[in-house]
Design a protein around this ligand. Structure first.
Ligand code: CDP
Ligand code: MG
Length: 720
């Protein structure tokens, strides 16, 4: 054994010192972080009114809280309520968000603020993902998810408080939820004795319908019989200043305003209208980076594709700058971004770097990112619309409202004076609509109707909506459900198709596809197809590598169309991952898969997301007793199932190469990204219609037109 020299011992000593220092540092870091968080919490505008808010919630069953974005409503109020005793007796505080990303990021932040592991006392739940446990007391979730929970527990009995956040967004789920909460609150305030005395009749599926005070409420009374129902507190939170509409809807409910902090924001307009707002966005990003002082940039774009293309373009142009000017980092944020990536936007940029956040309108009010000094607002937003006359539901890009433009610019003035670059002339601003039309006025209502029917609410037109949807839209959507077999001729939920469709967390057409596939022994394939259709853009084709990406796509392409192509991609990625897993660690295999995706011009994020969705819906299907079997190599049954579920989206080729959509009569064109773009089969079904300057249809499969009359006789008949 070598003898220890004095220098060795000095070395050891110094090592020991470093260890101790590191240990101290490790202990000190979380402590310093906690202190910082505490300071931050105390400095938020809402902290000044904590006691007032608690008092107001105690005294009012329904309360409206309005406050500037970033004042601390979403992250703080649930914590105040928890500390104020609102979770006593095991009650949960539920907070709904219109967007998944907001639910996830806020839950993570609040778990950190509370010093607990995510999924314990603080958790979140969104469609296809549940990060809660028995100990969860503060639960963030999407508004759609809480509506789903109501199907299983119609009194929402585990919640002591429900906070409907971002109510000003007026998503269709929020609107329906408000109506439902009103009834639930009324029933719960009557307590247990009334609940068991209600005259009820049992419906076929074990659900009970009750008629009470003239209002129809469905419930699983077995769950509440003999159980005391505690009253439900409802809090409606909103960023905009117009609380009147909510207050009136809840019978003159009290509204509390939380004063926010806002620094002046310089608004800059362009002189001329921009023909290409993506290009204008890029120029503005670099102009800010080169000419303005430190501060991060927030850019509002319309969707994942736009965000990813701007991100690529920024990285392409960056090397043209001098070395010292290349300290620019981009961070995307949009709803289908995997959650581990979403949190990155909240991290401060390394010293000397400027962060550019490329966001959808998710960053308008639902998430607040610190450090923003510059906002770029091209003035556009992507929305789903519904044309009752044709029954189609195109995604369109429209101009924002004035309220949205103001919200967006406000994001630049949270921590100090800022600048907002509106990429349109000032005269255009005056022409914008004051506020956005509530989604319920511009969407297909078949999901809502299916849901309400499953809750036992049969009179849709008589439902107490905060804003009544159009009658024609209701009728059209009922017709769609009827054609899909979900409603009977008496407009009741059919058994079993309608019941099953209501239980699956998917759009009615996708649910129908799974139900039919389970009968035709191709559910294994259909689950993959539906999962792949549920994510945005599986493929990407960079402009400079268009040819290469086309060649890559060819190796997966099926002559039968995009659905089978998506199936091939999924299976190829699974096969690659499995092989890679045999010889590598899980992390390495995932890394290899990302590389494989990149080489094949496939979006690895989207594939990963599809995998998650697939395992969730497969579980759902199995729980519902579906047999997951495969049709093997002969995919004909799968194509027939597609025809039997997407028959309302069938189209026939016309002599000029365009298509006529059979149910709407619209002239449509195959999107260039489709594998059938050149082949142009005679008869097809499609998944969605995107309206840009053309009526483009996407995700298309070739079918035999004879199948339509055979598989959808309720809609099509052969001419004699
Ligand atoms: O709901 P509201 O817009 O009133 O504010 P909030 O979302 O509760 O945000 C309060 C503060 O928490 C803001 O200063 C955010 O920057 C910060 N926050 C954060 O740092 N990280 C998150 N994931 C969420 C919020
Ligand atoms: Mg908020």
């Amino acid at each position: 054994m070598p003898s220890m020299t004095s220098s060795d011992s000095a070395q050891r000593q110094s090592n020991h010192n470093t260890d101790v220092n590191q240990l101290k540092k490790l202990k000190a870091e979380p402590f310093a972080r906690r202190q910082k968080i505490e300071q931050h919490r105390k400095s938020l505008p809402i902290a000044a009114v904590e006691k007032v808010l608690l008092e107001e919630v105690r005294n009012n069953d329904t309360l409206i809280v309005v406050g500037e974005t970033g004042s601390g409503k979403t992250t703080q109020l649930p914590q105040y309520l928890n500390n104020g005793g609102f979770c006593r007796n095991g009650g949960i505080i539920g907070i709904t968000q219109p967007r998944r990303v907001a639910a996830i990021t806020v839950a993570k932040r609040v778990a950190e603020e509370c010093g607990v592991a995510l999924g314990q006392q603080v958790g979140y739940a969104i469609r296809f993902e549940d990060a809660t446990s028995r100990s969860t007391r503060i639960k963030y979730m999407t508004d759609g998810l809480l509506l789903r929970e109501a199907l299983l527990d119609s009194y929402l009995s585990k919640y002591s408080v429900i906070i409907v956040d971002e109510a000003h967004e007026r998503t269709v789920h929020t609107d329906v939820l408000l109506g439902l909460l009103k009834t639930v609150q009324k029933t719960r305030s009557q307590g247990v004795s009334d609940a068991v005395n209600i005259d009820h009749r049992e419906a076929k599926n074990g659900m009970l319908l009750e008629k009470h005070n003239g209002s129809e409420v469905a419930s699983i009374l077995k769950q509440c019989r003999g159980k005391k129902l505690s009253p439900l507190k409802i809090i409606i939170m909103s960023a905009s200043l117009d609380a009147r509409v909510f207050s009136e809807y809840f019978g003159g409910a009290r509204a509390v305003h939380v004063q926010g902090r806002q620094y002046p924001v310089d608004i800059l307009y362009t002189r001329q209208p921009e023909t290409d707002y993506i290009d204008a966005t890029l120029i503005t990003i670099f102009q800010i980076h080169m000419e303005e002082g430190p501060g991060d940039v927030l850019v509002f774009l319309t969707g994942q594709e736009e965000i990813e293309s701007v991100e690529r373009l920024v990285h392409e142009r960056l090397p043209q700058l001098s070395e010292s000017k290349r300290k620019l980092l981009t961070f995307p944020i949009f709803s289908s971004l995997p959650s581990e990536k979403q949190m990155k936007v909240f991290m401060p940029a390394p010293v000397g770097f400027r962060k550019v956040i490329l966001a959808t309108n998710i960053a308008e009010t639902s998430v607040t990112i610190p450090g923003i000094k510059y906002v770029i607002d091209p003035g556009m937003v992507k929305v789903r619309t519904y044309e009752a006359s044709t029954g189609i539901e195109p995604l369109i890009i429209i101009k924002t409202s004035k309220a949205q433009a103001l919200q967006r610019s406000g994001r630049a003035g949270r921590e100090g004076p800022g600048k907002c670059y509106r990429l349109y002339p000032e005269s255009e601003f005056d022409k914008l609509k004051d506020s956005t039309t509530p989604e319920i006025k511009r969407c297909n209502l078949s999901n809502v109707i299916l849901h309400l029917k499953a809750l036992g609410i049969d009179d849709i037109i008589g439902f107490d909506f905060i804003e009544q949807p159009d009658r024609i839209a209701i009728i059209k959507s009922m017709e769609l459900l009827f054609l899909l077999g979900a409603l009977t001729e008496e407009s009741k939920l059919s058994d079993p198709v309608g019941q099953k469709m209501a239980r699956l967390p998917l759009d009615p057409i996708y649910s129908k596809a799974l139900i039919i596939a389970s009968q035709f022994n191709c559910l294994e394939e259909m689950l993959i197809v539906v999962a792949m259709l549920s994510v945005e853009s599986i493929f990407y084709a960079p402009r400079e590598k268009l040819e290469e990406s086309r060649i890559a796509l060819k190796s997966f392409a099926s002559p039968e169309g995009d659905h089978l192509t998506l199936l091939n991609v999924y299976r190829a990625s699974e096969e690659f991952l499995q092989k890679s897993n045999l010889v590598n660690s899980k992390e390495k295999a995932e890394k290899n898969l990302r590389k494989w995706c990149k080489e094949n011009f496939i979006n690895s994020r989207s594939v990963k997301h599809a995998r998650d969705i697939h395992s969730q819906i497969r579980r759902n299907a199995e729980q519902m007793g579906f047999h997951v079997t495969s049709c093997g190599d002969d995919l004909l049954p799968l194509r027939r199932c597609l025809a039997a579920s997407f028959f309302l989206n069938a189209a026939l080729k016309q002599p000029d190469g365009t298509y006529r959509a059979l149910s709407s009569g619209l002239t449509v064109q195959i999107h260039p990204s489709s594998v059938l773009f050149r082949m142009k089969p005679d008869c097809i079904i499609f998944d969605e219609l995107v309206r840009t300057n053309h009526n483009y249809i996407r995700n298309i499969s070739r079918i035999d037109y004879l199948w339509l009359a055979e598989l959808a006789p309720q809609c099509y008949a052969l001419q004699e």
